[in-house]
Design a protein around this ligand. Structure first.
Ligand code: G3P
Ligand code: CA
Length: 262
């Protein structure tokens, strides 16, 4: 199986901005993603959920209670209702922001002045049959990134804790890279990633500290490693030493600086 080419400059792990530059600005907002790109991130990570009118929006939680000035379940609200709300002022930066759709984030990513990858995490897709994958693949096709010539050249990567979700993407878009996320070595060191045909594995950094051999074991099976959430120097060093391909961080500027020194 093919690996996925580095977009980073040095052969060291590429830096993926987790929910944008989310240590500095409210997560999943246009401002947080623009800041991450300005800071030189190689990739952007976002979580996606379906609204009641079947739009994919970039929101992590099942509800909007933590990250907006209102309350409610994302899947029970329309996009128009979400657009009325403020998704920024809860954050210490106090920056007012609108809800961000996946369409808007794809536009930002693909129009950026240098190549950047978008890591789209499908949250609990099994709750919606295959609707999340259908909507996601439909959007990726519309933007011309749904059928990459190879995983190496893809501008989008689909990531999920759901093996069913990864498997459905592989079935409909075999060249689109996928990462099976997990926070147990049992899952990622075993046959789960092989069974669903994932391009890579995505352990948490806590899992990687306990089971550093996961990276070599994945590589032996032709898989790359994406590690989250890597916000401390000691963990950046660990990932660089182990040959992790991508590190997802809330602090992309800091991690880029550290990568020069490790
Ligand atoms: O990038 C993977 C990571 O985001 C998974 O955890 O809860 O932050 O979506 P979570
Ligand atoms: Ca995520």
């Amino acid at each position: 199986m093919t690996g996925v080419e580095h977009i980073s400059r040095s052969g060291k792990p590429a830096v993926v901005a987790h929910r944008g530059a989310s240590a500095e600005l409210p997560e999943h907002t246009l401002a947080a993603y623009e800041l991450a790109l300005d800071q030189g991130a190689d990739g952007l990570e976002c979580d996606v959920r379906l609204t009641s009118d079947h739009e994919l929006v970039c929101i992590h939680d099942r509800t909007i209670d933590r990250t907006s000035n209102s309350a409610g379940v994302v899947s029970e609200m329309t996009l128009a209702e979400l657009r009325e709300l403020d998704f920024g002022s809860w954050h210490e930066s106090g920056k007012k922001s609108s809800v961000l759709t996946l369409r808007e984030l794809l536009t930002l990513t693909l129009d950026w002045r240098r190549p950047v990858r978008l890591f789209v995490e499908t949250k609990h897709p099994v709750r919606y049959g295959s609707l999340v994958e259908q909507k996601l693949l439909g959007l990726l096709h519309e933007f011309g990134v749904g059928m990459p010539p190879s995983a190496d050249h893809s501008r989008a990567v689909v990531i999920s804790f759901s093996s069913a979700g990864v498997w459905r993407i592989r079935r409909h878009a075999p060249m689109l890279p996928t990462i099976l996320l997990g926070d147990t070595a049992r899952l990622l060191g075993g046959s789960a990633a092989t069974a669903v045909g994932a391009t890579g594995i995505g352990p948490s950094v806590e899992t990687l500290r306990l089971y550093p051999d996961l990276v070599d074991r994945a590589a032996a099976a032709g898989r790359v490693t994406y590690c989250w959430t890597v916000d401390e120097l000691v963990d950046v060093q660990l990932c660089a030493d182990l040959g992790v391909r991508w590190v997802a961080t809330n602090r992309p500027a800091k991690v880029r600086d550290w990568l020069v020194t490790v």
